[in-house]
Write a protein that binds this ligand. Structure first.
Ligand code: N01
Length: 517
């Protein structure tokens, strides 16, 4: 049976309205590329900052740096702003940009397929709540779908049978009142260490299921005074200087992370001091002391996590989880003894699908296979983290190997977006129908990234982390300085691409009808 659907022709289709998608929209607009649509499955901008509303959610990168360089905010209340403030910042920035008229919320991308004849991405979208689908034919497809958007649920026997409330940290159920409840949380990553101190005082009992103890540094947070905010607002250049100072402070972590992990020994001692300060019990101290080199997993920051673990109503459980029952969690100790702990609410703070990006399953390239299939064969990899052979006119923001362990992802996003906008500018200036990175350029880039990855703490630090894929390759982090990435993405290097002339336009009407088989 064939169906007929309206096709809307646009120059650019952007997927996602988080920091990445919003940045792409703003910069395309500023470059005079007004004909774009941003498709977002949520009901608002914000991406991960819209979705992660768990108690205690805050950024662990200082807000002065974790914000757009072109939209400075003198009104951050604290150095590490809480989630609602970051979400408001993103909303305000979107409003002020004048681009929201081109955002389609509550719309999901079903699939995007390269049509070589038209030199366009045919992108089928549907309203999340059901209703008529819309198909777009876009010259370029820009994915800002993000690396931390799809919650990863733990595969534990019986978890589906749990009879109490169960939710992921990134899909917090605010209807559940935790007051006086027996609560369990699985995971001790960046999300969990913020949740635990926020909920421990109100619950009857909290079991923290720890598989790997993280390194947790003191959090040097503070509230900005009105005087400081006024100075940041009115003293010319002050906010920029402040941001730069934070930037370079953060950048000093690159050398120890990438080449000399031993330099972090004194920092590791500070983190051990944080354990001693927060916990008096030697047994608990030993339990939460990490057994890998600092930096191998994300370094976390908190002054309240360890005191919360040490509270009378909290237990840290390190025995492996065997199964979940309708009423609790069963663990097995080293001697094979099973213990069941009953709980009313189970929170899984078990992270995200990072090395198999879900959006890649929906994008089909020139050769007729999906990006996920290609990545499955070659490993997740993209030239400058952005472009992939076989996928013309596709740009990935926060693509492979663009993540950071030390600084602001917003910096990386701005770098990538400037590269993409320059690619679009180049295509227009030279009348290219398509640009597709050569396999040779992509492979050379990938080999260089992986060679640089070998001495890094992420490879040598003795931990298993979400940075590594199933083959043990780090396909998520950038192994150099962020200024090196900025230099690489400063302008579109067309020499690394195969370009083709545009196909002749067959129709003069922007909106056409096609028949989908
Ligand atoms: O997730 P994670 P997250 N049984 O993957 C454990 C960003 N972020 O949501 O370490 C038992 O880090 C797992 O154990 P192990 C930031 O980039 C930023 O906390 O694998 N345990 C780990 O302890 C961060 O890195 C901010 O042994 C299981 C935890 O679950 C990323 O988001 C704030 C398990 C998962 O930790 C993800 O953080 C929050 C199982 N089956 C998050 N499966 C900022 O402030 C997993 N675990 C910017």
């Amino acid at each position: 049976m064939s169906i007929t659907s309206a096709v809307r022709t646009v120059d650019h289709l952007v997927i996602g309205a988080g920091f990445a998608g919003l940045c792409a929209a703003i910069k395309l607009d500023q470059a005079g590329e007004k004909d774009f649509v941003v498709v977002e499955r949520g009901s608002d901008v914000g991406g991960t900052w819209r979705d992660n509303t768990y108690p205690g959610a805050a950024c662990d990168v200082p807000s002065q740096l974790y914000s757009f360089s072109f939209a400075p905010n003198p009104d951050w209340s604290m150095s590490f702003s809480p989630q609602p403030e970051i979400q408001r910042y993103i909303q305000r920035t979107a409003q002020a940009s004048g681009t929201l008229d081109r955002f389609r919320f509550e719309t999901t991308v079903d699939d995007a397929t390269w049509d070589a004849d038209q030199q366009r991405w045919i992108v089928r979208t549907s309203p999340v709540a059901g209703g008529d689908p819309t198909t777009y034919a876009a010259r370029t497809l820009i994915s800002g779908a993000g690396g931390l958007s799809e919650p990863k649920l733990p595969e534990i026997e019986g978890i589906g049978s749990f009879g109490g409330e169960l939710f992921h940290s990134a899909r917090w159920n605010h209807d559940v009142d935790l007051t006086g409840k027996r609560v369990a949380i699985i995971g001790t990553g960046a999300s969990s260490i913020q949740i635990v101190p926020a909920i421990q005082p109100k619950v009857a009992h909290l079991d923290v299921y720890q598989r790997t103890a993280p390194w947790v540094m003191p959090r040097h947070d503070r509230t900005y005074s009105s005087l400081e905010k006024a100075a940041l607002r009115h003293v010319p250049g002050l906010q920029k200087v402040y941001r730069e100072a934070i930037y370079w402070g953060r950048e000093s972590y690159v050398l120890p992370f990438t080449r000399m992990p031993a330099i972090l020994a004194p920092v590791q001692r500070v983190a051990l001091g944080n354990i001693h300060k927060g916990i008096a019990d030697p047994e608990l101290r030993a339990k939460v002391t990490p057994d890998f080199t600092m930096g191998c997993k994300r370094i976390l920051i908190s002054n309240t996590y360890y005191p919360a673990l040490a509270a009378d109503n909290c237990d840290v459980v390190t025995d492996g989880i065997t199964r979940v029952t309708p009423t609790g969690i069963v663990t097995t100790d080293g001697a094979g003894h099973e213990v069941e702990r009953e709980v009313d609410v189970l929170i899984v703070a078990t992270g995200f699908h990072t090395t198999e990006l879900p959006i890649t399953e929906h994008i089909t390239g020139r050769e007729g296979h999906t990006l996920a299939q290609q990545f499955d064969e070659t490993g997740m990899s993209a030239y400058k983290g952005t472009t992939v052979p076989g996928f013309p006119n596709l740009f990935l923001i926060v693509g492979p190997n663009t993540g950071l362990g030390h600084s602001s992802m917003v910096f990386m996003i701005e770098s990538q977006v400037s590269y993409v906008v320059d690619a679009v500018r180049t295509m227009r200036a030279h009348d290219y129908g398509t640009v597709e990175v050569t396999e040779r350029a992509e492979r050379a880039f990938h080999a260089d990234v992986q060679a640089r990855m070998r001495p890094t703490v992420w490879s040598t630090g003795g931990c298993a982390s979400w940075y590594l894929d199933k083959h043990g390759h780090n396909t998520t982090l950038w192994p150099r300085s962020t200024f090196a990435f900025r230099a690489l993405t400063r302008s579109f290097d067309v020499a690394a691409y195969t370009v083709t002339a545009p196909v002749p336009t067959t129709s003069t009407t922007p909106d056409r009808k096609v028949v989908n088989a």
